[in-house]
Ligand binder design. Structure first.
Ligand SMILES: Cc1cc2nc3c(=O)[nH]c(=O)nc-3n(C[C@H](O)[C@H](O)[C@H](O)COP(=O)(O)O)c2cc1C
Length: 162
């Protein structure tokens, strides 16, 4: 059993990544570490109820691909702060729902080279933390390669669409 905190863009916690539009001016706004505080409090709350060994995963964007959105540099800065709070694995996602070709869920994958479209970000992100790669993984061979090449520790398949 495990708990996944969904902090991807356009879900309420994902908006904490948006430095332009997340305009709180209390201790939960402003700097990235302030904006992450709400997520950190949730992680700490879960761990205090379940015990430190209960796995907590965060699904978060590696980048939003929009002006003023969460950038890969933000994600890399956020990673140690969230790890220190007790996150056990990062499910690396990206894009926003209206992002068309850069959306989190992309249909029309025909060729293996189009699969796993966040693989580059997952590889950048992966350092000292467990990474789960999601998005466009369709074939067994690609899933196997991702793990063998240590791009990610695990893969996730959600709803492969045509
Ligand atoms: C109908 C549908 C509903 C989804 N709902 C959510 C959701 O509530 N929360 C979330 O984080 N991702 C959601 N996703 C995104 C998937 O979890 C996943 O990130 C995305 O589909 C890419 O993975 P895939 O190519 O294996 O489907 C949804 C996707 C689809 C197609």
């Amino acid at each position: 059993m495990y708990k996944t905190i969904t902090a991807v863009c356009q879900k309420i916690l994902g908006c904490t990544g948006w430095s332009d539009s997340y305009r709180r001016n209390d201790s939960y706004g402003g700097t990235l570490s302030n904006r992450l505080k709400i997520i950190i409090k949730i992680v700490e709350g879960i761990k205090s109820l379940t015990g430190a060994n209960f796995p907590v995963i965060i699904k978060m964007n590696c980048q939003d691909f929009i002006q003023g959105g969460f950038a890969i540099t933000d994600a890399i800065k956020a990673r140690p702060l969230l790890s220190a709070a007790g996150i056990d694995a990062f499910k690396v996602n990206g894009g926003i729902l209206t992002g068309r070709k850069k959306a989190p869920s992309r249909p029309g994958i025909r060729f293996e080279q189009d699969e796993a479209y966040f693989r580059m970000e997952a590889a950048l992100f992966k350092e000292k933390v467990k990474v789960i790669l999601v998005g466009g993984i369709r074939s067994y061979s690609d899933a196997e390669n991702i793990v063998k090449k240590k791009i990610a520790d695990y893969v996730s398949m959600s709803r492969p669409s045509k």
